[in-house]
Design a protein around this ligand. Structure first.
Ligand code: GLU
Length: 452
């Protein structure tokens, strides 16, 4: 089977880590089966959709390593959506309703008082000519509902009608079409809600698998019925769990700090973000895989758990640091050069274990090039003596040990009182990478200057 998936964001804001999870799961699924990944902008809401958000989504996906095979915009597919609408109308599967939001609300309340579920009563199917004339006279415009196929002869007598699908994540699912209202597909102003354009596009684009957040599980039964009403075989569905913040709140596009853009600006590694976004909330251990290929290899859609997963920035920090600690020099050489960080491989190998983000290497490069020595008055004489004992160049990784032995013998200091004043004098810091490696990078001239 040819696999075609789509990621269908509405470009009404920046995408966050939860949206990235949906995109990544689709992307990985497509790559695992040599399929096609479509980025489909769900931009039928003309008011809220913005070109700059669509551009931002493309940029954020590229940052994560996702390169869509195809890009589509629903706003350009009006003709196909109109055709689907007309087909359903012609077959009596889309019918006009004139209730106002208030009237519908009252209906729901009446049903609730009688302990009944809030299912629309299909009044739209049987307006009298007088009622229709009255609506017209009042200037009301109809909205259009899809007639769910949950009856034998008479739509006013719905019967239990089960729809089944084998969810890629949740396993066997069943919904009863009689338990839900006929969904509104077209608004009073003629614009579409998300459902019909989505199904029509899935059909036209040959989407084989719809993989999305489990907030859409409740839409699936009706959507399967719409696929069938349009004469198509429904795709396979997979609903993954949603991410929440560490405190359990849902993510929203307004939550700026967890937007992909903000994470990129904060210098997180794209693969750290991708690994966490894809593997959190699965039974697979979250590992900092250095390449998308490795993540694709490891990920299994069936390993996604059913309950929501918490996204914790502290976990991202840890994962990012683990990744950075493992980076070989060639993986970062161009980034260090771009940030005017010298020292080559020797420098990188010295500092990588002490930094959480690659960009933090600049801090240690600055400490090598131009540290502000921190020498307390109680250590002044000790430091002067240490300066006198500083070995001649050439220096190697053994120089530090030789020097410290000589200083120890001459001053009688040991342990922290021996090392700490030297560290603070050389780097201006109380903690940091191993001095055996730092010392040759600093060099004799700068070391002497810092000790004097
Ligand atoms: N625009 C919808 C969303 O972002 C798409 C849902 C779907 O994938 O069917 O939730």
């Amino acid at each position: 089977m040819t696999v075609t998936v789509r990621f269908a964001p509405s470009p009404t804001g920046n995408i966050h880590i939860g949206n990235a999870r949906t995109a990544l799961i689709n992307w990985i699924f497509a790559r695992q089966s040599e399929g096609t990944f479509i980025l489909r902008f769900d931009d039928t809401d003309r008011e809220r959709s913005k070109a700059e958000y669509a551009d931002g989504i493309e940029r954020d996906l590229a940052w994560l390593g996702i390169r869509p095979d195809r890009i589509e915009r629903q706003s350009q597919r009006g003709k196909a959506h109109r055709a689907a609408t007309e087909k359903l109308k012609a077959e009596g599967k889309l019918y006009a309703c004139y209730e106002t939001a208030d009237e519908l609300d009252r209906q729901r309340k009446r049903l609730a008082l009688r302990g009944l579920p809030p299912v629309y009563n299909r009044a739209g199917l049987s307006y009298s000519p007088e009622e229709l004339a009255k609506f017209e006279a009042e200037g009301r415009k109809p909205h259009w509902r899809f007639l769910l196929p949950n009856f034998r002869e008479d739509p006013s007598q719905p019967e239990r009608t089960e729809i089944h699908w084998d969810d890629l994540v949740r396993g066997a699912q069943t919904v009863d079409l009689a338990s839900m209202s006929d969904p509104v597909l077209v608004r009073e102003d003629g614009s579409w809600l998300y459902t019909l354009p989505s199904v029509a596009d899935d059909i036209d684009m040959g989407v084989s698998h719809v993989i999305r957040g489990d907030d859409h599980v409740t839409n699936t039964g009706a959507q399967i019925a719409i696929f069938e009403a349009l004469g198509a075989r429904p795709p396979q569905f997979g609903h993954h769990n949603l991410l929440t913040t560490a405190s359990g709140e849902g993510l929203s596009k307004r939550l700026g700090s967890l937007s992909i853009q903000a994470l990129a600006e904060d210098h997180y590694e794209p693969m750290a973000v991708a690994c966490l976004a894809a593997l959190i909330g699965t039974s697979v251990a979250v590992e900092p895989f250095a390449s998308m290929e490795m993540l694709i290899d490891r990920f299994e859609i069936g390993s996604i758990t059913k309950s929501a997963a918490k996204f914790d920035v502290a976990e991202l920090d840890k994962l990012n640091a683990r990744m950075v600690h493992e980076f070989p020099y060639p993986a970062v050489a161009h980034r260090l050069a771009a940030a005017n960080i010298g020292g080559g491989e020797a420098f990188w190998d010295t500092v990588r274990g002490n930094i959480d983000k690659v960009e933090d290497a600049a801090f240690w490069w600055q400490r090598i090039e131009a540290a502000e020595p921190d020498i307390g008055p109680e250590d002044r004489a000790f430091i002067t003596r240490a300066a006198e004992l500083l070995p001649q160049e050439p220096w190697s990784e053994a120089t530090w040990g030789e020097w410290v032995e000589a200083v120890k013998a001459a001053t009688g200091r040991k342990g922290k009182t021996l090392f700490m004043p030297l560290r603070k004098a050389l780097t201006g810091e109380a903690h940091g990478p191993e001095l055996a490696f730092m010392l040759p990078l600093i060099g004799r001239e700068r070391t002497l200057a810092r000790l004097s």
